[in-house]
Ligand binder design. Structure first.
Ligand SMILES: NC(=O)c1ccc[n+]([C@@H]2O[C@H](COP(=O)([O-])OP(=O)(O)OC[C@H]3O[C@@H](n4cnc5c(N)ncnc54)[C@H](O)[C@@H]3O)[C@@H](O)[C@H]2O)c1
Ligand SMILES: [Zn+2]
Ligand SMILES: [Zn+2]
Length: 409
């Protein structure tokens, strides 16, 4: 069967791999009908989140049909449609029971302190084989996968596997109260769902910051007040638009691949910080290259964190859902401390929020399809990765369809 396989930094290939088998009594085998490419996958290929093991199948987003279950899986049977959450928990440790699936004590083969377990990630996350493939093994299936009603088709359901839950989680961490003003940094797929989730949390105003016109336009269609950081200084602009106060809540939906502005008043300021940003890139991810056309790493890892801390209202809240690797030690701690900011962050506990979001989608409160811009057969995965990585105009969220590859074979 075909799969997207990590061979090295800037080297991914569509390979033939063996089909998975049940290994533990709690496993299920899922025939994947929809997968997707995520900004997190880009960090791995660009080398900005290090530690990937060559041979790992990439991808942590999937919808599919149960093909086979182990003897300890009592709530699922072959033929049922499910969404697979990106992170995996055992369902019975104290963390999972409290809803912290991303901090499960048992799912990670490297031990309880190794970090979040998810599909298709670095060595420290398992590694588990990923979901950009035709069939996948899902551990602890009974406690993880969520059954889908017929009313949610695959194109909608795939957005529930990771990015809608993550945007929702970002809005929850941001402690949004009705009427609050919120800024979302990054208008990629996760940022779009952070905006949608801020609306569901009754935010009063939402600012959205990015530099890509098609992404800013999608944010504007959702009702956000958009700011292009290559034209305006986002901190100054938000202060001006809020009577000098700044937004109450900020969500970082960018992560380690943050870019420095290249023009406008913010570009001038970033020039003065170039040396500092270069030092950050070198210390965080020595293999990454912040130049070239393809697999270009971000050149300013702390830029969004700085803008968020500078723009937030005093005693505001910063929610960090953009991914930073454990090697990153750059946060403007002094400025945040002296403004009495609250900072919350982490990997989404997908399984804990999924049932509620499935309801929102099936009842039509949210139509996640607005964010899906590309649907490609798995055989086109490498080209699709390249276009999403370059942030080609209009390429916002890419679904991969593994079964199309199968039919063509
Ligand atoms: N915490 C979690 O559980 C979780 C889950 C999924 C994804 N993520 C992370 O969320 C982040 C976003 O994912 P995505 O799929 O939307 O990725 P993406 O790469 O498509 O989007 C990132 C966006 O940030 C913009 N950007 C770059 N520099 C910026 C800056 N200085 N200011 C504002 N915007 C800037 C880019 O132009 C791009 O549109 C990634 O870091 C990803 O790893 C986290
Ligand atoms: Zn993802
Ligand atoms: Zn657990």
């Amino acid at each position: 069967m075909k799969a997207v396989v990590f061979h090295g930094v800037r080297d991914i290939r569509l390979d033939d791999v063996p089909e998975p088998k049940i290994e533990q009594p709690g496993d299920a085998i899922v025939r994947i009908t929809a997968s997707a490419i995520c900004g997190t996958d880009l960090h791995f290929v660009r080398g900005t989140v290090p530690g990937m093991k060559p041979g790992t199948i990439l991808g942590h987003e999937a919808v599919g049909v149960i093909e086979q279950v182990g003897k300890d899986v009592r709530n699922l049977r072959p033929g049922e449609r499910v969404v697979v959450p990106s992170t995996i928990g055992c369902g019975y440790c104290s963390y999972c029971r409290a809803g912290y699936f991303a901090q499960c004590d048992h799912a990670n083969p490297n031990g309880p302190d190794a970090g979040t377990t998810f599909f298709g990630g670095p060595q420290s996350s398992g590694p588990l084989q990923g979901l950009q493939v035709e069939f996948a093994r899902v551990p602890f299936a009974a406690a993880n996968v969520v059954k889908l009603p017929d009313s949610i088709d695959d194109d909608r359901a795939i957005l529930l596997s990771d990015i809608f839950p993550t945007g929702w989680f970002g809005a929850e961490l941001a402690e949004i109260k009705p009427g609050d003003s919120v800024v979302v940094f990054g208008c990629g797929p996760v940022g779009q769902f952070a905006i949608a989730s801020a609306k569901l949390h009754s935010a009063g105003r939402i600012f959205a910051v990015d530099c890509i016109p098609t992404r800013l336009e999608m944010a504007r269609r959702q009702g956000a007040e958009v700011i292009n950081f290559n034209e305006e200084d986002p901190v100054e602009t938000m202060k001006r638009l809020t009577g000098g106060i700044g937004p109450d809540r900020a969500i970082d939906a960018v992560g380690v691949d943050a870019l420095a502005p290249t023009s406008g008043p913010a570009g001038e300021r970033a020039k003065a910080q170039r040396q500092q940003f270069q030092t950050e890139v070198q210390q965080i991810s020595p293999e990454a290259r912040p130049d070239g056309e393809q697999w270009r790493a971000g050149d300013a890892p702390s830029q969004v964190l700085e803008w968020a801390v500078q723009s937030l209202a005093k005693a505001g809240t910063l929610s960090v859902i953009g991914v930073y690797p454990p090697t990153d030690r750059f946060f403007p701690i002094g400025a945040a401390m002296n403004k009495n900011l609250t900072v919350k962050m982490g990997n989404c506990n997908h399984r804990a929020v999924l049932p509620e979001l499935v309801e929102y989608v099936s009842s039509g409160v949210v139509d996640p399809l607005d964010v899906l811009t590309q649907m490609e057969p798995l055989r086109n995965a490498i080209e699709a990765y390249q276009a999403f990585d370059r942030r080609d105009a209009g390429w916002i969220k890419v679904e991969l369809r593994p079964q199309d590859a199968r039919q063509a074979a």
